[in-house]
Design a binder for this molecule. Structure first.
Ligand SMILES: Cc1cc2nc3c(=O)[nH]c(=O)nc-3n(C[C@H](O)[C@H](O)[C@H](O)COP(=O)(O)OP(=O)(O)OC[C@H]3O[C@@H](n4cnc5c(N)ncnc54)[C@H](O)[C@@H]3O)c2cc1C
Length: 400
């Protein structure tokens, strides 16, 4: 059992398994996997890699083996990540909401039957989950949501509209917040439902983004049927379950990069800008802003490591995720801005042979980066959470 091995013994096992299972043509191609998350078709190598990781459970390395997860200890999982990085391998499952948000929340609040039903297909990467929280009049003030859910005896019936539902058009299941008691105070009449999206009463309308893609939708539930065992947690206690999912979401957004090897910013700058005889950037202003960004990146990385070290033995999600999400957002958005500036006119290409693939990617990353300070709760909402829940400052007009 991997669980009984020391991290160093485990290293040999991980290396051997990667040699046998990671297709070397995929080395360093994490970006290709991410691009294909948006409903695209995976090629044969990517499919093989995804199913190998799913079967081994190493896409969810620390999840319990009884549901098909890797069953690794945290130190073993770190060794696995190091060995994967050495060969340019990446986790083909980590970008799905099933792995980052829904699965962990089911582990926290699900019944044994819900865990048995939902965790194994998430671990194997066989189902896509989306999260239906936001509504046209309920974003930051999420507790104002109005999607109605009625108990009709042997099942629930849901009516209402969600918006910005990422991946809803490809979703098999949706974890959603609904109002089950309209008479209760707004935070108290909410429940969390697991909705099967593969029924005609669920309609999705993709919304096009400035960066070209349509990664999210308006989602309409019209007399949508949900089995009685689709309730996650207790009736009318969905706000607690919903907040936990958001902590898992924020925890998954603290890395400041999309995984795989990220070209260091100073390497990009040296490629595009003039350097002096000592190999330093000649432009004082560019050098100083780049240095400041590299220091922020380092500080974020160290804070992340410290938070992980402190959480040992109590690795549950916490409000610290709000601090880390904001700092990751700052680092990623600054990097995207600096990259475009450094590339100059080459950083403005959208298509055509005059621009290298990484130049076209830089514009898309810059545009998509704008979303980071909005999704998962905006930066201002994270600041509210930090001030109330961590610093203990007095309440504002709304509960975050
Ligand atoms: C790329 C992307 C993917 C998303 N995916 C999903 C998804 O899968 N599922 C889902 O349910 N939702 C999703 N969302 C929606 C996201 O959660 C909301 O956009 C977000 O919570 C903000 O809500 P809003 O857009 O209604 O803006 P609003 O709540 O209207 O906020 C507008 C502005 O006012 C500020 N503001 C509002 N209230 C306060 C306050 N109390 N204090 C200080 N400032 C405040 C906000 O910070 C923001 O700048 C996604 C959004 C994006 C951009």
């Amino acid at each position: 059992m991997a669980y009984d091995m020391t991290p160093e013994d485990f290293r040999a096992e991980a290396r051997g398994w990667l040699e046998a299972n990671f297709p070397s043509v995929l080395s360093g191609k994490a970006g290709a996997m991410m691009a294909r998350m948006d409903g695209g078709v995976l090629d044969a190598e990517m499919l093989a890699w995804k199913s190998a990781m799913g079967a081994k459970g190493w896409g969810t390395p620390t999840w319990p083996a009884q549901y098909g997860g890797g069953g690794l200890t945290a130190p073993q999982a770190r060794v696995l990540a190091q060995e994967m990085a050495k060969v340019g391998a990446f986790n083909p499952l980590v970008h799905g909401m099933g792995v980052t948000m829904i699965g962990p929340t089911i582990m926290d609040y699900g019944t044994e039957a819900q865990k048995q039903q939902h965790l194994p297909p998430i671990i194997r990467g066989e189902v896509r989950w989306c999260v239906g929280y936001s509504e046209p009049n309920a974003g930051s003030d999420l507790a104002s949501l109005q999607t109605k859910c009625v108990d009709v005896g042997d099942h629930w019936v849901v009516n209402g509209q969600k918006v910005w539902t990422s991946g809803a058009q490809w979703g098999d299941w949706c974890g959603t917040l609904v109002r089950t008691d309209p008479a209760a105070k707004k935070h108290e009449g909410i429940s969390f439902l697991l909705v099967d999206m593969r029924q005609p009463s669920v309609e999705t309308r993709p919304i096009k983004l400035i960066a070209g893609a349509s990664p999210f939708c308006e989602t309409f539930f019209t007399d949508t049927r949900v089995a009685k065992d689709g309730l996650l947690g207790e009736i009318n206690k969905g706000w607690t379950v919903g907040k936990r999912l958001l902590q898992h979401e924020r925890a998954s957004q603290t890395g400041a990069s999309g995984g795989g090897r990220v070209t260091p910013m100073d390497e990009i700058a040296r490629r595009y800008l003039d350097v002096d005889g000592d190999g330093h950037l000649a432009d004082d202003d560019a050098r100083s802003r780049l240095t400041s960004h590299l220091m922020d990146t380092k500080a974020h990385g160290l804070t992340l490591s410290r938070a992980m070290a402190e959480a040992k033995g109590n690795a549950g999600p916490s409000n610290t995720a709000s601090v880390l999400k904001n700092s990751a957002t700052h680092v990623a958005q600054t990097r995207a801005e600096l990259t475009l500036e450094v590339m100059g006119a080459q950083g403005l290409g959208w298509e055509g042979d005059a621009f290298a693939p990484e130049e076209k990617e830089a514009v898309r990353a810059w545009l998509f980066g704008k979303a980071m300070s909005i999704y998962g709760g905006s930066s201002e909402i994270q600041n509210n959470i930090i001030s109330k829940r961590i610093l203990g400052l007095p309440d504002t007009t709304q509960s975050a």
